[in-house]
Design a protein around this ligand. Structure first.
Ligand code: NAD
Length: 503
């Protein structure tokens, strides 16, 4: 049991300084691999958030007016510092999220893709110019930063998602307030130090730790111009509705329930390896994790389940120090609710192929470990099929045709990612054309786009028209102004006309 005096008290990062919380409210941060509380994170009051927004508002004009090339230079220095401090970042990410070292390095690397794209802000902010659009008039459009913007992030990617949500926002000239997940606040605080060292002016980067009270102030405060949210679908929907009510630009990305469709011609050994890594990696706590293997044909399903059983039963679950395949889930509550979901799916008629509930690491470890579970004969209407279960229990759904697979996937409320394994180009083409999902793969385990493409799902996986990363972010975080101008000598055009101007 950790002694309360050993537990570190964390802060916010406001106006360039680590700032103690004043609300008196705290949340516990765990090391999920040991089950210990390692820190207390302050939960900001609305009043504290208001003060932070004022500091950001005051800092914004000077940052907006610095040349975009100079801003890109700061982002470049920041990139360099992230790389230089990679090992420290891996340690923090692993400690507070439970990820393996390899996985933490992976998310840093993918997060840097967003930073790289943000370094291109001078190019992405370029406008358009037309000469002589009428009566000696030239017209141009130009992108301007919005002002104070906020990003609200989930626990499962302590660095990749915040970097994806904020790097472009900083580079195009906004003042950014990150409301980090209260479950993994230490990564965001360390990133704040790197921004400061990179030369970002005080007030342009703020980290507010908190819960609904802090979030509501960010959504309601008139100084906040745009909201980027990534998290679960019910909260994403709430963020979207509330931000819209307060007249803000908003993109709110929600959860996923991602399928891997397997055609009978696919190489089943390749499919099994792809499914296991994409399904169980990071203890299945990825919005793009594959949760359902949708197999076309009973015989293919029988053969695949047999291959999977042995491989899944041999996965190594453990702490990041133990060279494991995957680590713990984020909290004791998460573990409890995943175990209950497995119980209910058994009651609902799913067949248990691998049972993670029975394993020693699940039953006897102090950490929040869950050995892998695989369920077969899962059907729509079962909770395990309908809901996003954010932990290592994965499903096999048996279908009779590609059409049936496409129909089922399109009927699901969520539409984040999907992939198909086949060697038949025609089947792949039909699938990519007809499927109603935002990110689609063909023979790739997880179809996460690279950072210089846009990222977002469809349906209940995204509310609002914006992206988490990719070039469209430059559009999301700027407003485009169109200027029509002419310069006349005093001898020209002395007429007055009441007709609507036309060219
Ligand atoms: P979450 O929705 O519980 O929390 C996300 C953020 O919202 C956190 O900062 C949290 O403090 C805040 N929050 C939580 N409840 C709130 C409320 N009632 N009002 C206002 N703010 C609230 O999500 P999580 O558990 O941290 O993350 C896991 C979820 O995120 C999964 O559903 C996963 O699929 C999703 N996710 C989606 C993407 C994507 O790109 N679509 C990426 C990563 C994670």
């Amino acid at each position: 049991m950790t002694n309360i005096t050993d537990v570190k008290e964390l802060t916010h990062f406001i106006d360039g300084k680590m700032t103690a919380g004043k609300s008196g409210r705290f949340s516990e941060v765990f090391n999920p691999a040991t089950g210990e509380v390692i820190a207390r994170v302050p939960l900001a009051s609305a009043e504290e958030v208001k003060e932070a927004i004022k500091k950001a508002e005051a800092a914004f004009p000077a940052w907006r007016d610095i040349s975009v090339a100079k801003r890109a230079e700061v982002v470049m220095k920041f990139r360099h510092l992230v790389t230089e401090n990679k090992d420290k970042l891996i340690e923090i990410i692993c400690t507070e999220s439970g990820k393996t070292e390899e996985d933490a390095l992976g998310e840093i690397t993918r997060g840097l893709e967003s930073v790289d794209l943000a370094i291109n802000a001078p190019h992405l902010m370029k406008g358009e110019y037309s000469v002589n659009v009428g009566g000696q008039i030239n017209a141009y459009s130009a992108k301007y930063p919005l002002g104070v913007v906020t990003a609200i992030s989930p626990f499962n990617f302590p660095i990749m998602v915040p970097l994806a949500q904020t790097s472009m926002a900083v580079a195009v000239g906004n003042a950014v307030i990150l409301k980090a997940s209260e479950k993994v606040p230490m990564t965001a605080l360390f990133v704040s130090e790197l921004w400061k060292e990179a030369g970002l002016p005080d007030g342009i980067w703020t980290v507010i730790n908190g819960d609904k009270e802090a979030v509501n102030e960010l959504l309601e405060n008139p100084a906040v111009q745009a909201v980027s949210f990534v998290g679960s679908t019910p909260v994403a929907h709430y963020i979207y509705e509330t931000s819209a009510k307060y007249g803000k630009r908003v993109v709110a990305l929600g959860g996923g329930k991602n399928n891997m469709v397997v055609m009978p011609d696919a190489d089943l050994e390749q499919v099994a390896n792809a499914f296991i890594s994409a399904g169980y990696g990071a203890a299945s706590q990825r919005c793009m994790a594959i949760s359902t293997l949708m197999v076309v044909g009973q015989e293919t399903a029988d053969r695949l389940v047999e291959i999977l059983k042995e491989k899944i039963d041999n996965l190594k679950v453990g702490a990041y120090t133990e060279n494991a395949d995957y680590g713990p889930v984020i909290s004791p509550q998460a573990k409890e609710s995943i175990l209950k979901a497995i119980d209910r799916s058994e009651e609902e008629g799913a067949k248990i192929i691998c049972d993670g509930r029975d394993k020693d690491i699940t039953k006897n470890s102090k950490g929040f470990f869950l050995a892998p579970t695989l369920l077969d004969h899962v059907k729509p209407g079962m909770e395990i099929y309908d809901e996003e279960v954010f932990g290592p229990v994965r499903n096999v759904v048996r279908v009779n045709s590609l059409d049936e697979a496409i129909k089922l996937i399109n009927q699901h409320e969520l539409g984040n990612g999907v992939t198909i394994f086949t060697n038949n180009g025609l089947a792949a083409r039909k699938f990519t054309t007809e499927i109603d999902v935002g990110m689609v793969g063909v023979n790739v385990p997880i179809p996460i786009p690279v950072g210089y493409h846009n990222f977002a799902g469809f349906k209940g996986s995204r509310f609002g028209d914006g992206q988490m990363f990719g070039p469209d972010q430059a559009k999301f975080y700027t407003k485009s102004k169109v200027v029509s101008e002419r310069w006349l000598s005093t001898s020209e055009d002395k007429t007055m006309s009441f007709a609507f101007p036309s060219n």
